[in-house]
Design a protein around this ligand. Sequence first.
Ligand code: ARG
Length: 263
Amino acid sequence: MFGLNAAKKAAAVAAATAAAATTALLAAPTAVAAPQPIVGGTTTTTSAYPFVMQITDASQNQFCGGTLVSPTKVVTAAHCMVGETTSSVRVVGGRTYLNGTNGTVSRVSKIWTHPSYTDATNGDDMAVLTLSTSMPYTPATYVSSSQTSVYAAGTTARILGWGTTSAGGSSSNQLRTATVPTVSDSSCASSYGSDYVQSDMVCAGKTSGGVDTCQGDSGGPLLIGGVLAGITSWGEGCAQAGYPGVYTRLTTFSNLVTTQVNS
Ligand code: ARG
C-alpha cells in the first residue's frame, strides 16, 4: 500500500527523486537508527487502549488497524478495504499480540467506504465497518466537525499499531504506541506537494524523523488528547526526516462517521 504510493511518488518526481535517492542510499548506513516497531515506539496493550482493533483476514492474520467508535462500528482506512468483502474480513478486539487467540472476533456485516475514495494520496481515506457481534470494550470518542483546532502544529498526537518496525521490515507481535507532533499544512505541503490534500489530511512526525507509523499500521488511530482525530493513511517510506506520516483529517469526515454509527 505505501509501496504503491512510494512508487507513484517516485514516478511523479522522477528527476528529483533520482538525486534524492542517491543521497538517501549514501546516507542510509549511518542515518538509520535501530528500528523499533511503529518506528520509535514502546509496547502497550489493548487493556490500555481497548478501542484499538486488529483488522484481519478470515484466518485472523492482521493487515490493518481500526478504532471502535461504538459497540458495533469500527473506523478504518478506505485503502485497507480495497478488494475486501464482508466475508473476507474480521475485526479482533482485546488481543494485544498478533499471535494471540484471546479477545473477541467479529465478522463484518457491512463495509462502508467513502464513496469518493480513489487512492490514499487523493484523500477520502476512511471507511466504517459494521460488526456482526458487539465488542465488549469501551469505544473511543472521536472529534466533532467543529474541532479543527486540535490539529494546531506541534500538538502531541498518539499513534498505535502492529505495523512494521521499519520500511520493509516485519510487523510487531505486540501492540506498539508512540507520540508525534502534528505538522503544519504548509510544512506538509512542502514535503508532499499536491499529494497533500489539506482538507482531508493532517501530517504528524518529528522534523528529524525516527518516529512514525509504518506498513500495517494503516487504518489505526491517531489520538489527540485521547480522542480519535486521525486515521493512519500514508507516507513516503517510514520515519524519514522531512517526510511525516499522513493521517486522514477526521474533523472533515466526522459527520459521515456519525451517520454510519447511527445507521
Ligand atoms: N499505508 C500504510 C499501511 O497500509 C501506512 C503507511 C504509513 N506511513 C507512514 N510513513 N506514516 O499500513
